[in-house]
Design a protein around this ligand. Sequence first.
Ligand code: PMP
Length: 458
Amino acid sequence: MSPVSPVSRDRLHRLIAGERERYAAGHPASLALFRQAGHLLGRVPMTWMSKWSGGFPLYLDSAAGATVTDVDGRRYADFALGDTGAMAGHSAPAVTAAIRRRAEERGGLTAMLPTEDAEWVGAELARRFGLPLWSFSLSATDANRWAIRLARLVTGRGKILVFSYCYHGSVDETFVVLDDDGTVRSRPGNVGPAVDPASTTRVAHFNHLESVRAELAHGDVAVIVTEPAMTNIGIVLPEPGFLAGLRRLADEYRTLLLIDETHTLSAGPGGMTATEGLRPDLVVLGKAIGGGIPCGAYGITAELADRIAERVRSGAADIEDVGGVGGTLAGNALSTAAMRATLSQVLTEPAFRTMAELAGRYAAGVQASIDRHGLPWSVSRLGARAEYRFTSPAPRTGNLSAAAADPDLDEYLHLYLANRDVLLTPFHNMALMCPATEPADVDRHTDLFAEAVAQLLG
Ligand code: PMP
């Protein structure tokens, strides 16, 4: 028996072996392309693509809305949605029309010149998130990096505070965890850190305000960087009062608060910043808001903008040339056209309502199976996103959620679903709804999940 009693490990391993065989046999064209790929590190265009279960990824042929078709001609209900990059649905018609207009009719994909779209997007993000000033990047990672630099600039403090098992993209300072005795450690697997992140970063437990206070009390933290709900170690929802408590502590210790809404945008048009009435100093966005075209953004308060301007005037910082905030293609005409189309026509208020309803239906379907078998598992939902975790109740810190990880169960469920034409996000058990997701897609997952669990329990 395993920690996720009453699942038998032997049975699970036998089931995985059967699903792997079925996966290889059912996707010969993908397997052949993978075997031919001799000039790619790890045989894939980006090394994390090896993370798909089954030993090789499916090769994309085409995608539309909530559906992906692979090179073997199989169509999938796609709940991975590019790990949020395709939250607007694959190639939403309004986005492709805007891209075509910019690329074919008007040209100038990246001319290092602004277009009127950028101001439209800035104004819309200001309306949604309550922060008046915005700047663009090509990824949420870069938006986080540049926002953190600005926070250090204005506070004159060197460190940031994050939560154990956070993920904010490949931002050096954030690859940290707390071990069992509360010591800050470089996250296992951290690739070639320039310095030990324990020297750049203070680390607290999510939902644990006392641990935050203890770290802020050192007086050297420029900015708290957090998702309003953790979404990259399963979903860890904030307990009542936690987010308001963070704001209070940030004020008390004169630390800035950065809310990373890259994934939690699933909560609604203005993310959890709007649903929870948060008052961040900085907000970071990415992925979803470009409808699939690379983009990122960070928003700041007027007060923070004044403080930045003061430091620039005094000659302490260069934000226009080689000072470390900015990228050549950031804010390009294509990304901003895609963001405008996505925000104005696709990820709208009514779309979020439908997506949240579907995620509710999805979570209820999973919960019904969990209840039927009395499994010690949980399912958490955040607007349009839902995720199951192999522990109950749902974990309240990153460490507790990490302890509930079960790579075998992940592999079994991912393969069971993929072999029957449903895709989940490879890094975890996340399912995201897009405006094109249909109730029938959700019900297919519910039925397959029930079948997979029944087979697991024998
Ligand atoms: N912030 C959060 C919360 C994320 O989940 C991610 C990526 N999963 C990022 C930032 C970085 O996004 P990107 O990889 O597009 O830079």
